[in-house]
Design a protein around this ligand. Sequence first.
Ligand code: URA
Length: 209
Amino acid sequence: MIPSSSLLRLHETIRSCKSCGLHATRTQAVPGVGPCPADLMIVGEAPGFNEDRQGEPFVGAAGKLLDTLLARIGLSRADVYITNVLKCRPPMNRDPMPNEAEACSPYLSQQLDLIKPKAVLILGRHALERLMPGQGSISRIHGSLIKRGDVAYIPLYHPAAALHNGSLVADLERDFDQVKRYLDQLLAPPPPPVPVAASKQESEQLRLL
Ligand code: URA
């Protein structure tokens, strides 16, 4: 699906953003990629080396793992909208600073409004802290579903964390299997209406025919 013109405009605004110091060190901003609207949205931390060069989120090693996890549940990148808390790469891939996440946060809010996802996968502690402050640590709540209004938020370990600590891969695989079960429920078509018993007057009319 082609992204809506409002989303394309927002991407353009992000590409020319100078709201924090990261604009000075980026090669380019990385707004996000995917269809609009989309049932599923994925939010990571920040672009890394490859993303900064290519202008697309999750195209490096962590992105390869994300692609594999999506394929495991029958999805591909083309099915989901993918973005990050920060749209510009922090130098040397350091953690996002609070003022940077704050400066970028209106963009993430507008993306959520335009994409209208039914479910959001929150990848890692920085995205969790931005989207659900005070919810607790990712190691405690990964794989759970937290409903906020019409949107289901599902915190998960960041794929890059699993690349550093191989024991987290099994957790991510289990959690993605759980994501599939959540999505099957969230996206299931509503049940057909239960036929109502004919009213007394209708039964009377039918009897007279
Ligand atoms: N890690 C992220 O959080 N986002 C990317 O786009 C790539 C790596």
